[in-house]
Design a protein around this ligand. Structure first.
Ligand code: SF4
Length: 436
């Protein structure tokens, strides 16, 4: 069997079955990324594992796990302003830690290009919430490409790198848990190693880089112009596509993993609406949205988590005086959880029962033995929780932290009654200090 590192460094074009996270690393190598930084967290840790599989003497990329996401973002920024293509990746809530740095990136002239790979977690499979990080892109004037499959993760990373270098701006590739871990045969291109020029290319002539009052507004203006230019450059991009259905009066606008669930659900329907599949979810291609809305009587916006695309699509329809009936989220449950095929079936059947029937209960639910999450045998947290428990009084309240640490909440440890966020496992975060 071929070792992962050898496969990733293969100079030949070809195809391999791989998960989305691994496909991202092949794309990093092909794009010529020089510096990769991260802080670990699900759903993206396999990106680091794939980088670690590269034989050190052949690995053209510098990689580090920084002390946190903010520092990781700063190191990647440093590489980019020195003329080297860089990438930072982390889990969904990681961007909260990186936010202070992240929101400044679009103000800077990133001469080497910089791609931010965000692992969002609809369903909160391994996070303390299921925040929708598309809001951060709007806040910071940063474009987002959103793949549905590992193959798209590969091709969109390449495209994000190209656009970021060309336009000297940060570009986000937004993955979700499903796309990170789904497996698919990914077709990849030749890997051509570029001659490495490690000289720093930072120059004040590319600036300004200091957002003092006199410059901050100019820098914001430049960021807004770049975002608009990005919209124009990518209008009618092949990253967005229309999939023809059999029902020409109705359409669905969607992106990311929900697109796959939608295809699954519609595969047995004889009234399949057209689908506008967005690969670029910010900034939206106004022209494509207008074309799609104006050629359909009814359009459903199908998106996981918040109503980000829905609001934009409705605003575009208003501005263009289109009277297409647009349906977005209708119920609180529409804002919650992964859009699995069952969920998409339920959401669609509410408005179009003639297109898809509601999910049926075909069999009696099977009673399974409860299988609570467990810490790995030998995990260091086990002995730590054992020791902590020995010194806690029954009336003490202890504060948990994120990740596997939270499992201390379960039997047999029962340590941690409150969990706020990463790093909150500190005595001083819970006043008055209850732990004696
Ligand atoms: S349970 Fe412990 S050993 Fe297992 S992944 Fe979590 S921290 Fe690591």
């Amino acid at each position: 069997m071929k070792r992962m590192g050898d496969m990733l460094l293969s100079p030949n074009s070809g195809s391999e079955i791989m998960i989305g996270n691994t496909a991202i690393v092949r794309a990093m190598l092909e794009a010529g990324v020089r510096v990769v930084t991260s802080y670990p967290g699900s759903p993206t840790p396999e990106i680091a594992a794939a980088i670690a599989s590269l034989p050190a003497e052949k690995n053209p990329m510098y990689f580090e796990f920084s002390v946190n996401e903010k520092v990781a973002t700063e190191v990647a920024f440093g590489a980019s302003v020195n003329g080297h293509l860089s990438c930072v990746f982390f889990k969904s809530v990681g961007i909260n830690v990186a936010a202070d740095t992240f929101v400044q990136l679009s103000l800077m002239e990133l001469i080497g290009g910089m791609v931010i790979v965000l692992g969002d977690d609809p369903g909160a499979n391994s996070s303390q919430n299921e925040q929708d990080n598309r809001h951060y892109a709007h806040l910071s004037y940063t474009p987002i490409l959103e793949p549905s499959t590992p193959s798209e993760a590969y091709s969109m990373f390449l495209e994000a790198s190209r656009l970021s270098q060309e336009m000297r701006m940060p570009v986000i590739v937004r993955l979700s848990t499903h796309v990170c871990h789904a497996k698919e045969k990914v077709e990849f291109k030749e890997l051509i190693f570029q001659v490495q020029d490690n000289r720093p290319k930072f120059s004040l002539e590319n600036g300004p880089y200091i957002p003092i009052t006199a410059e901050a507004l100019k820098m914001k203006r430049r960021a807004l112009k770049k975002l608009e230019e990005f919209r124009k450059t990518t209008e009618k991009s092949c990253l967005n596509s229309v999939i023809e259905g059999s029902d020409k009066s109705r359409g669905v606008i969607t992106a990311g993993a929900p697109f796959l669930s939608l295809q699954d659900v519609l595969s047995l329907s004889d009234k399949r609406p057209d689908i506008l599949k967005l690969g670029i979810v910010h900034p939206l291609s106004e022209r494509e949205v207008v074309d799609f809305l104006s050629s359909h009587e009814e359009v459903k916006v199908l998106e996981e988590l918040d109503n980000v695309i829905e609001k934009e699509v409705k605003a575009i329809a208003y501005d263009h005086k289109l009277n297409t009936r647009i349906t977005g989220k209708q119920d609180i449950e529409d804002w919650i959880g992964e859009y699995t095929p069952d969920k998409v079936r339920e959401v669609l059947s509410r408005i179009w029962p003639d297109v898809v029937s509601p999910p049926g209960v075909e069999t009696e639910p099977i009673e399974l033995a409860p299988r609570p999450a467990q810490m790995c045998p030998g995990c260091g947290h086990r002995s730590a929780f054992y020791a902590i428990k020995k010194v806690l009084h029954a009336s003490d309240i202890s504060v948990a932290d994120i990740g596997c640490h939270t499992l201390g909440y379960l039997e047999p440890y029962r340590v941690g009654q409150v969990l706020l966020c990463m790093g909150a496992f500190k005595r001083n975060c819970f006043w008055p200090f209850i732990i004696q």
